[in-house]
Ligand binder design. Sequence first.
Ligand code: 5GP
Length: 189
Amino acid sequence: MQILQEKICQYGQIIDNRVIKVDSFLNHQLDIDLFQEIGKEFKQRFKNKKITKILTIESSGIAIACITAQYFSVPVVFAKKHEAENLDLHTYQADVYSFTKNKFYKVRVAKEYLHSEDKVLLIDDFLAHGQAVNGLLEIAEQAGAEVVGVGIVIEKGFQKGRTRLKKPGLQIESLAIVEAIKDGQIIFK
Ligand code: 5GP
């Protein structure tokens, strides 16, 4: 997606040659015109799939998932990272390791919002090592829901998350794939 690549090149900041900081349009300040284009693009790429729900992860995935959901006219469910007393008894749960924060955290979805009849599109901002998406796959599996695809805004191809996903053969659509970062320069696939 050309417009996304241009934004990444113009505003992305590289940390330690592996983390791409995109706070100015994706992770802190949100560029809603760009988000609309992202939503449209996901709709186009998954137009042949029957989707009943979009599942994402707190917090950066939520905004993208919401705008995307407008094009599919389906609800968004987000996996919570923070414990809530009234949520804990009836939840699907998965452990996710964060390489950016260097720690494990638990994600939870209340059982009432994900069912075995659901056909789920997973959405997230980044695909790096595949931990977050694998956590969502695990939650969907516990619910007996079918995951029909994964939509990612920025994939860091050099961190191999795509090959580590627990469900082989899944349609994975990344709108920008970073093949390498060399001397602070981003190289797209
Ligand atoms: P994974 O679980 O695939 O290793 O990493 C994906 C998750 O970590 C995403 O949900 C995203 O929030 C965060 N993440 C991984 N790499 C980056 C990065 O380079 N930049 C930003 N902003 N977030 C990242």
